[in-house]
Design a protein around this ligand. Structure first.
Ligand code: SAH
Length: 345
């Protein structure tokens, strides 16, 4: 089949075969029709609304050693930091005043924050901001821990599966980490009742088109509420210092494919996309994304959460970021709303 027919088939919600997906993923011409169809579906479901999440990167300590990540344990050149509960709450206060109704607490896997500490932070935010959603992105934990955070008031959890292929996973992570456990965590989170987000990096070292297709198949099995994808970006203090960045174009194409495969999903246009292209986030929205996750962390720690090189938005106050985003979103033809931004069921 011609690619145009494949895009038509995808838009009509007919499942494509692996070969058909491969043909769309590997085409070297930019498919404006793919983007237009994805945007049409996005507008049918979410209109021109863009949901924003205030991202609070509260610690860059990490016990893990993922080969691609700049805050990996073995990067001795990173200055480590931790935010106190008070600092985190201050970020929420500032965010609330700027119209954020979702707070995302993200960190490396930092055991300093025991379950008790995490629950205490969540309960305080929950008490103060009853109408807001609390999202966690703090890595792999036991089901019991996930349960306790949920009971303390967390509603959503982001845990990208990173890659769904066993072989590829073992090229990106040291032996002590396992894909099986990561997947198990995702299913546990769903069982508990979280709105779950998963996803993967586009163009991570050794990734093949077949790997990406496996990622899409895994997502079809998991049925997450949110899917986070962004281009892989090299960090110079990692074992992958000499690898290439992922492609902006392939990321955009995948955003459109994801919108067509999962019409109602919450799909962020990521900071990584904005890092590789000056209008990356606007292009992401136009390709089918409907969420932005601007940084709410205190400015003095932002540069330290350097998971990849040249990360944008590390120098401005939250309010400035918010205004800048407002303009960018309008220029792309959408509108930021003050809303929890739950997934449409
Ligand atoms: N510790 C948490 C949060 C990790 S940071 C967890 O394990 O879930 C959030 C995401 O950043 C990761 O899931 C990964 O997909 C992405 N990331 C890490 N290094 C990256 C890089 N070099 N380029 C692009 N994205 C990266």
């Amino acid at each position: 089949m011609e690619n145009n027919d494949l895009i038509e088939k995808l838009t009509k919600r007919n499942n494509l075969s692996d070969d058909e997906l491969k043909s769309i993923l590997e085409t070297n011409k930019y498919d404006e029709s793919l983007r237009i169809n994805a945007d049409k579906i996005r507008r049918e479901i979410y209109g021109d609304k863009v949901f924003v999440r205030g991202l609070i990167e509260f610690s860059n300590y990490c016990k893990n050693n993922c080969y691609y990540c700049g805050i990996r344990r073995d990067n001795k050149n990173t200055i480590r930091y931790r935010l106190t509960k008070e600092q985190i709450l201050n970020c929420c206060d500032e965010g609330y005043n700027l119209g954020f109704r979702t707070f995302v607490l993200q960190s490396g896997e930092d055991l300093f924050y025991t379950d008790e500490v995490i629950c205490d932070i969540i309960s305080e935010i929950r008490n103060k901001y009853q109408e807001c959603a609390i999202t966690l992105s703090i890595g792999e934990k036991s089901k019991k821990s996930y349960q306790s955070y949920f009971e303390a008031g967390a509603n959503r959890y982001l845990l990208r599966h990173e890659t769904s292929s066993q072989e590829h996973y073992s090229k990106l992570h040291p032996r002590e980490m396992s894909l099986e456990n990561r997947k198990k965590c995702l299913f546990n989170l769903k069982e508990i009742g979280y709105q779950v987000g998963s996803g993967f990096m586009v163009g991570s070292p050794f990734q093949t088109t077949e790997n990406i297709i496996e990622d899409l198949r895994f997502l079809q099995e998991l049925k997450p509420d949110m899917i986070g994808i962004g281009p892989y970006i090299t960090h110079k203090e990692t074992p992958f210092a000499n690898s290439n960045n992922g492609s902006v174009e392939l990321t955009l194409r995948l955003l459109s494919i994801l919108r067509l495969l999962f019409p109602k999903v919450l799909l962020p246009s990521t900071t990584a996309l904005g890092t590789l292209h000056p209008q990356g986030r606007e292009l992401g929205l136009k390709a089918g994304a409907n969420v932005l996750m601007p940084n709410l962390s205190p400015v003095d720690v932002r540069k330290k959460y350097n998971i990849y090189d040249n990360k944008i938005c590390t120098g401005e106050e939250a309010a400035q970021c918010r205004n800048c985003l407002e303009r960018r979103v309008l220029s792309a033809g959408y509108k930021i709303v003050t809303d929890r931004g739950d997934v449409k069921k």
